[in-house]
Design a protein around this ligand. Structure first.
Ligand code: SF4
Length: 470
């Protein structure tokens, strides 16, 4: 069969899509990025907040059109929407032939070929290094999911309800997968999970993430490499983790740590605890231990009970913290979340205005920080032609994570045309709010093109769009 994929939501969902594609290719099926020519279409959905749920339903309806007027004979819905609304999806959208949950992704071939035989509830699933997987990311970077599920009780979050209890992959499996990816020519590996800082807790490891990073950094590769980890939980940032991050050159000096708010009163209602003061001391400790580190966070505004005073406190905190990257989400009142039952709901207009105000504060900070880089010569990873225009190539600094942060546009490629996936030196010429512009100033020997791995083009992916939050 020819099978097309749409992958919605976060990079963790994209890895599930890649495992499903690998499983189908291993059975001889062919992947296509053109829904017109697909015999079967799979929509891997997201559903942690309203906008994500709506996007998933709209996309399923859009793909159902190809069944009505196209070649497609089967429409499969996978992912987090299935975990929340398993029974309703087929009732509401009869064009859907099968639904598979996040623990059933290895049954994708069955679902595409002839439908799923009823089976008892699937055991918690987590792929490993021998699981067939086809990368959908560009050839120079990839994600590795090191753990799944979450045991934190954040009152606004429903992710544990459909991703299950926390579980880690064995370190040998992660290391084997990383070696295989580097051997395929991947230059940057991004470690992901709901909470990467809890890695190994369930395997009896202390500071498991720090140990894993040390081993990953020591993997011998013929080329330069970057290793980044995303989704840290603030009270799990240990001194050992920071020391390991500072000590190993391949480990990108980048901390992604959603804090969600700064008012102690709101953080308590979120069942996250802590306060803005504690977070400022944590930021100071991180910056002291890892000079030049870039810090990304995300905040929720409009949480039930958030007063104007709480919001002012959050704004002052963001001014004081001077983050490199900040994502702001409007609170989404999920009916199965604990916070759904809280009083003091904030109206949509106020949520909208508070989000705009906090983003405006961060835009100024980001612009000032970018301006400080003008004139400096820095290492970049060349990404290739920019989605903005084929004529423009782009690259990323180590402080710019794929898909969610700004990029560097290459104004002058220098003496030799850049190659996708090579590390080059860039002199920053201009700064914008989130992006930079610069010239490549070095002339290293061309790198051997990455071997076989070429990204499998899928119909559509939103893994990048910043609506994934921890
Ligand atoms: S917000 Fe993140 S840490 Fe909290 S419960 Fe959800 S997935 Fe877990």
């Amino acid at each position: 069969m020819k099978i097309g994929f749409v992958s919605l939501g976060c990079p963790k969902n994209l890895v599930d899509t890649e495992v499903m594609m690998g499983t189908l290719a291993a059975r001889g099926h062919v992947l296509t990025a053109n829904p017109e020519e697909a015999d079967a279409i799979v929509v891997n959905t997201c559903s942690f907040i309203d906008p994500a749920k709506q996007e998933s339903v709209d996309t399923i309806l859009e793909m159902a059109e190809y069944k009505r007027r196209g070649r497609a004979r089967r429409l499969i819905v996978a992912g987090c929407l299935v975990e929340r609304f398993r029974g309703d999806i087929r009732a509401a959208i009869p064009e859907v032939d099968a639904v598979i949950g996040t623990n059933e992704i290895e049954r994708i071939a069955e679902a595409c070929e002839h439908g799923l035989e009823p089976q008892p509830e699937a055991a918690p699933y987590l792929y490993h290094d021998l699981t067939p997987r086809l990368l959908a990311t560009p050839r120079h970077y990839a994600y590795i999911k090191i753990n799944e599920g979450c045991d934190h009780p954040c009152s606004f979050c429903v992710i544990p309800q459909f991703r299950g209890r926390f579980r880690s992959r064995r370190p040998e499996s992660v290391l084997a997968e990383a070696r295989a990816l580097f051997a395929q020519g991947v230059r940057e590996i991004n470690l992901i999970g709901q909470d990467t800082t809890a890695y190994g807790d369930d395997l009896g490891m202390k500071d498991g993430l720090a140990t894993l990073l040390e081993h990953l950094a020591r993997i011998d590769t013929p080329h330069r490499k970057w290793i980044r980890f995303l989704y840290c939980y603030p009270n799990r940032i240990s001194t050992r983790l920071l020391d390991v991050l500072a000590a190993h050159d391949p480990l990108v000096k980048y901390i992604d740590m959603p804090l969600q708010h700064a008012s102690a009163r709101i953080l308590k209602r979120m069942k996250r605890g802590s306060s803005g003061e504690i977070f400022l001391r944590l930021l100071e400790r991180i910056r002291r231990h890892v000079p030049g580190v870039a810090i990304r966070t995300s905040m929720i505004v409009g949480f039930p009970g958030e007063t104007e005073q709480d919001f002012e406190e959050l704004c002052q905190f963001v001014e004081a913290a001077q983050f490199d990257r900040l994502g702001v989400f409007g609170y989404s009142d999920e009916e199965t979340s604990a916070s759904y039952h809280l009083d003091g709901k904030v109206d949509r207009r106020t949520i909208y205005n508070r989000r705009r105000r906090l983003m405006a504060i961060q835009r100024k900070i980001s612009r000032r920080r970018n301006r400080e880089l003008v004139g400096r010569e820095m290492e970049v990873l060349v990404e290739g032609p920019s989605p903005e225009s084929e004529l423009l190539w782009q690259a990323r600094l180590a402080s710019q994570a794929p898909d969610i942060d700004g990029v560097c546009y290459i104004s002058d490629p220098g003496p030799r045309a850049p190659q996708q996936g090579e590390f080059r030196r860039m002199r920053i010429r201009r700064a914008h709010d989130y992006d930079l512009v610069g010239d490549l100033v070095d002339n290293p020997p061309p790198v051997a093109a990455a071997p076989a791995h070429s990204p499998f083009r899928i119909i559509h992916s939103t893994a990048g769009r910043p609506h994934a939050h921890q």
